[in-house]
Design a binder for this molecule. Structure first.
Ligand code: URA
Length: 239
């Protein structure tokens, strides 16, 4: 990690704005390795320096990885002028600049959305080459059959669009689990359309090997631990 200005370090961690950091420094409230920081342009390695602000130790995080249980009616976007986004659901102190949802769930889809500011990680997770499987629970407007399961397992072509073979497991008369490793626009809904069924409820339950934490209510979130972040990129699959 390279050296960074202290005002940049603290503002990147949402501790204070750059001008607020200047004021804190003027008051002698910012310390690095127990020495009072004198100027906002002093540089430190944030991963190796013990930084405190008004006596509270900074827990530096280069990137955030957040699991949110997205409710229906909220956009998977960073910002929107008219509608509420998943970022708006985070408390102010978590709304770090650069956060975005990695991948899209439709406005009416619920469940696991990953929010991060690590662009490289998001790219890896979303690239079809990475074969990161996502598990969905779908409820349809008609009864599902073994024939439908077979149809999904053979791959689907709808005019110009094609979808790779996908595993479907029936869980009730008109409910099923479906696992896909692509992330095409409205993919699950279109796959069901191809068998003449309409999805009336859709929820994402898992990304890679990480399941949505069932203790999270709609709109609630938690930060992922290092081992979970790795497991997101797992290629393991199977329902
Ligand atoms: N497939 C869909 O059709 N919608 C989603 O939100 C996610 C996958």
């Amino acid at each position: 990690m390279s050296l960074q200005r202290i005002d940049k370090i603290l503002s990147s961690q949402n501790i204070a704005t750059r001008s607020e950091v200047k004021a804190l420094i003027r008051k002698g409230l910012v310390k690095a390795n127990n020495l009072t920081v004198l100027k906002p342009d002093e540089k430190f390695d944030p991963e190796k320096t013990d930084i405190t602000v008004n006596g509270t130790r900074l827990e530096y995080k280069k990137y955030l990885y957040i699991m949110m249980n997205k409710p229906s009616g909220v956009l998977s976007a960073s910002r929107d002028r008219r509608e509420k986004t998943v970022i708006d659901l985070l408390p102010q102190n978590m709304q770090r600049e650069g956060l975005f949802p990695a991948g899209r769930l439709d406005k009416d889809t619920e469940g696991f959305i990953l929010i991060t500011d690590d662009g490289e990680f998001a790219h890896k997770m979303l690239s079809p080459k990475s074969h990161v499987y996502k598990l969905y629970e779908a409820k349809c407007d008609r009864e599902l059959t073994a024939e439908d399961v077979k149809h999904f397992s053979e791959g689907i072509t709808m005019g110009e669009i094609s979808f790779l073979p996908a595993e479907m497991k029936l869980t009730g008369k008109n409910t099923a689990l479906v696992e896909i490793c692509e992330g095409k626009f409205h993919q699950i809904k279109k796959m069901f359309q191809s068998i003449g069924a309409e999805v009336i409820h859709l929820k994402r339950l898992r990304i890679g090997e990480v399941f949505l934490d069932t203790s999270l209510s709609f709109g609630e979130y938690k930060e992922l631990k290092n081992d979970e972040i790795e497991k997101i990129l797992s290629q393991k699959h199977g329902i």
